[in-house]
Design a protein around this ligand. Structure first.
Ligand code: HEM
Ligand code: HEM
Length: 181
């Protein structure tokens, strides 16, 4: 099936989604860790995160429709291809699980979900304080929202080292193809 991506080229949609979401996710990762010191920006973190959830879902639907790109370099050992595949799966799932855990945490903790002023879920304020709708879900989602960023960092290191290894050592088109060159 010719769907825009070939062994030598990736479709514009694939490249566009990859770099848009890569930038947004890395930005949000840093933003998240800085939140402790900048609590007043928590609303902005949540609003951007909710938008990322929608865009990342569209990207996954595109992936399902197009299938995964065929690796440029099939000459590497099988474990190498498998590691890349597993890393891609985990990364793409994290692009929805990270914002999903954030949204669950907020809604279950009774803080609601407000995206740039639009109320998606109402908060549950009693006597001026947010009261959890589901404390155990809020706790679980909170744990997830603290653990998944660590998994993301580990996977990203593997992913970026892999991309650079292809580019610098193997000198194949893996990275250039994602850059559109
Ligand atoms: C500086 C950062 C990054 C670099 C240099 C980079 C590089 C690449 C390259 C070269 C490929 C093509 C691999 C192939 O053809 O087999 C790729 C694919 C992929 N990357 Fe990244 N990447 C970066 C950040 C990210 C981030 C932050 C995510 C998600 C959290 C991500 C998720 C993916 C996924 C899921 C694929 C598989 C193809 C696709 O679905 O678009 N990448 N990346
Ligand atoms: C794109 C996805 C997102 C990423 C990469 C991300 C990342 C992070 C990170 C790294 C932290 C710091 C965790 C820590 O201190 O250990 C954080 C905190 C937080 N995030 Fe996100 N986040 C995302 C989306 C969201 C969304 C959609 C919401 C809510 C609607 C949200 C709500 C929060 C809140 C409330 C905190 C502070 C948590 C606390 O102090 O316990 N995040 N985020």
């Amino acid at each position: 099936m010719n769907n825009g991506s070939t062994t030598t080229n990736l479709s514009f949609v694939t490249r566009f989604f990859h770099w848009l979401i890569a930038l947004a996710i890395i930005g949000m990762l840093i933003f998240g860790f800085l939140l402790d010191d900048f609590k007043e920006y928590s609303g902005l973190h949540k609003s951007i995160g909710a938008i990322i959830f929608v865009v990342a879902t569209c990207r996954i639907l595109w992936r399902i429709k197009e299938g995964w790109p065929t690796p440029v370099n099939m000459g590497v050992p099988q474990w190498n291809l498998t590691l890349a595949k597993v890393t891609h799966w985990i990364l793409i799932l994290l692009t929805v699980l990270l914002p999903l855990s954030g949204m669950c945490m907020s809604v279950a903790a009774g803080r609601g979900l407000n995206v740039f002023g639009a109320e998606i879920f109402a908060s549950n304020i009693v006597d001026g304080k947010a009261v959890a709708l589901n404390p155990s879900l809020a706790g679980f989602a909170n744990d997830m929202h603290e653990t998944l960023p660590v998994v993301l960092i580990i996977m990203l290191v593997l992913h970026i080292v892999g991309a650079l290894y292809h580019h610098v050592v193997l000198k194949d088109r893996t990275l250039s193809r994602m850059m559109g060159h």
